[in-house]
Design a binder for this molecule. Structure first.
Ligand SMILES: Nc1nc2c(ncn2[C@@H]2O[C@H](COP(=O)(O)OP(=O)(O)OP(=O)(O)O)[C@@H](O)[C@H]2O)c(=O)[nH]1
Ligand SMILES: [Mg+2]
Length: 222
């Protein structure tokens, strides 16, 4: 317990440094977390295609191995840096700090961080982000917010993805959202299909508000 507390304390210190740097530059940083395959990269690809022409976007990709997600994001037209965590199950603030040095996201840009696919560990590690987003897909079942409450509690936003599949499933989306809101009454919820495009306008509108908020932070610093 003492070792874990020490690791988290150190992580929080580095995260605070990342946050100060990002806010000084007016960069809106969003940490996206979900179980493997919920559609984080698909959502980012769609976001890049819709918002890329209007806002400078950079992406940090976290996976145990491969460069695949960074390659997908480059194909969607944005700059992307891949972090491989090896045996690690989450990104931490030091990894993101180092990635910032290499990627050098522009002042006033939108920085999207895709965490390693995992509903448990990423919830514990502050990266210095402005907002945390948890993505749940409709194929995962209604009970995930109850069984993995920490990540739903830590998040500012729930994106319920793959709603195009609902006609083929038993799942009751309202029950899933109700479970998430029971765990975290402050959650902002977007129901989307990252592949078909449903709900993407509202999601992008929220991201634009985050970019404006970050610009306000940078003005407050000067
Ligand atoms: N039908 C449907 N399929 C989707 C949707 N979003 C993603 N998928 C599919 O789900 C699979 C996984 O999507 P990814 O975007 O790779 O998921 P991920 O969360 O990035 O996965 P990891 O990075 O491995 O954790 C792919 O085959 C996608 O095409 C959606 O809205 N509807
Ligand atoms: Mg991915």
């Amino acid at each position: 317990v003492a070792i874990e507390a020490g690791i988290l304390e150190k992580n929080d210190r580095i995260a605070a440094r990342n946050r100060a740097l990002l806010w000084a530059k007016g960069i809106a940083t969003i940490n996206l977390m979900s179980s493997p395959g919920a559609g984080k990269t698909a959502l980012l690809e769609k976001t890049a295609r819709v918002m890329g022409p209007e806002i400078e976007i950079a992406v940090i990709e976290g996976d145990q191995e491969t460069e695949r997600d960074a390659e997908r994001m480059r194909a969607a037209g944005v700059r992307a840096l891949q972090i491989n965590t090896g045996a690690g199950c989450h990104l931490d603030a030091a990894m993101v700090g180092r990635a910032l040095g290499t990627l050098e996201p522009r002042d006033g840009s939108l920085l999207l961080v895709e965490n390693v696919g995992n509903l448990v560990c990423p919830a514990l590690f502050d990266l210095g982000e402005q907002a945390k987003v948890v993505i749940a897909s409709v194929t995962e079942g209604e009970d995930k917010p109850l069984k993995y409450p920490h990540i739903f509690r830590a998040a500012d936003v729930l994106v319920l993805n793959k709603i195009d599949l609902l006609p083929h499933l038993e799942l009751d989306a309202d029950r899933l959202v109700g479970h998430a809101e029971r765990v975290n009454p402050q959650l902002r919820v977007f129901r989307v299909s990252a592949t078909r495009g449903d709900g993407i306008d509202a999601w992008c509108e929220w991201l634009r508000a985050q970019v404006e908020r970050a610009a306000g932070k940078s003005t407050a610093h000067t």
